[in-house]
Design a protein around this ligand. Structure first.
Ligand SMILES: [Zn+2]
Ligand SMILES: [Zn+2]
Length: 73
């Protein structure tokens, strides 16, 4: 007899790089801001959602308007 271990589904932990701080776009203190890992630029979720087109934003990436660094969420 052979033991067949059931395959364990791999759980992917989504690392959200959100921090609390002052949004560099609207200047308001926000509990959830996305932070550019390169230059430290902060964008709150509202600005990300309602911001101008220069924020290339989808479910996985956004472009820092300050240093044009592609950040993954
Ligand atoms: Zn903002
Ligand atoms: Zn940046």
């Amino acid at each position: 007899m052979e033991d067949n271990y059931p395959k364990r589904p791999r759980k992917r932990i989504l690392r959200r790089k959100t921090v609390a701080g002052r949004c560099d776009v609207c200047g308001q203190e926000m509990p959830l801001c996305y932070k550019c890992q390169k230059c430290g630029y902060l964008i709150c979720q509202q600005c990300m959602a309602h911001g101008p087109r220069r924020f290339s934003c989808n479910t996985v990436t956004w472009v820092c308007p300050n240093c044009l660094n592609w950040e993954t969420l």
